[in-house]
Design a protein around this ligand. Structure first.
Ligand code: SF4
Length: 279
């Protein structure tokens, strides 16, 4: 059985950068915490916990403690509250996400209503939405377009969550163009996501089975899985080696493997080894 690993499998530069910042901080400071999950991966979060970095979801007065902001960013009010509580901030927000924040703030200043194409409950989308006081409209997919509201808009600024499926984003945009006269569209699907999505549109057609590795709360891994599954029914999403099932590989000659942007190399290697052990 041949195992083909995607070139782009695993950490993107934004995740690497965030983890390096956290690691450096853990060497320099004693009281550290991170807002939510620095990246959406359980193994990574466990390792940070072992390095003394606690995950918090609430702010309370804590002068001098370091607060690391996650790679997918936070709303402005979190930063303001954290400062009021005395936290010192290390901003590990990915530069690509920061760019989306800036676009949204600038457009809002120029009175453009904002549309975000993304997952309503994802922390990155909450962070983007939380850059402005005005309400942003969030659209998850083509079925979710609120036509009544859309028809009332004359102009709009549209951005996408960095890990969205680019095809879906462009389809939604085409529909919006039918109703809104002036659209300022910023293609904010990040480069690492685009590379991963280009690969995942080929690999399921070239391999009999596809294994997609990543935590179940990782949005970009879910997207890879969804694209893969739409092209090859034998696509399986696993987060740990224990989830690999020998039955998937019966009589199979070619297996494709990819991994989300927050999946550590060690997890990828362990899972590849467990696939090899099946043979
Ligand atoms: S997926 Fe893209 S936006 Fe998110 S951390 Fe990685 S490079 Fe940054």
């Amino acid at each position: 059985m041949k195992i083909n690993l995607a070139k782009s499998a695993g950490f993107c530069f934004g995740v690497k950068r965030a983890l390096e910042l956290a690691q450096k901080a853990s060497h320099r400071h004693k009281r550290l915490c991170v807002w939510g999950e620095i990246v959406h991966n359980q193994e990574v979060m466990q390792r940070l916990g072992q390095a003394g970095i606690k995950k918090i979801n609430r702010l309370k007065p804590n002068p001098g403690t370091i607060l690391i902001l996650p790679a997918h960013g936070v709303a402005l009010n979190i930063i303001e509250q954290a400062k009021q509580c005395g936290y010192r901030i290390i901003d590990a927000t990915c530069p690509m996400v920061k760019q989306i924040h800036k676009i949204v703030r600038d457009a809002d200043r120029k009175d453009y209503p904002i549309i975000i194409i993304g997952d309503k409950r994802h922390t990155e989308v909450k962070g983007i939405k939380g850059q402005i006081k005005n309400k942003a409209l969030i659209i998850e997919n083509e079925k979710d377009i609120p036509f009544k509201k859309i028809k009332r808009l004359k102009r709009v600024c549209v951005v996408a969550q960095s890990t969205q499926n680019l095809e879906t984003v462009l389809k939604i945009l085409d529909i919006l163009k039918l109703y809104i006269k002036e659209i300022k569209f910023f293609n904010t699907v990040c480069q690492p996501t685009r590379i991963k999505q280009t690969e995942i549109r080929k690999m399921p057609l070239e391999n009999e089975v596809m294994i997609i590795i990543g935590s179940k709360n990782s949005a970009n891994t879910r997207r890879l899985y969804e694209i893969s599954k739409s092209l090859n029914k034998k696509s399986f999403w696993v987060s740990a080696k224990e989830e690999v099932k020998p039955a998937w590989f019966k009589g199979i000659k070619k297996v494709g493997v990819t991994a989300g942007a927050s999946t550590p190399q060690s997890t990828i290697e362990e899972i590849i080894q467990s696939i090899k052990n099946v043979q």
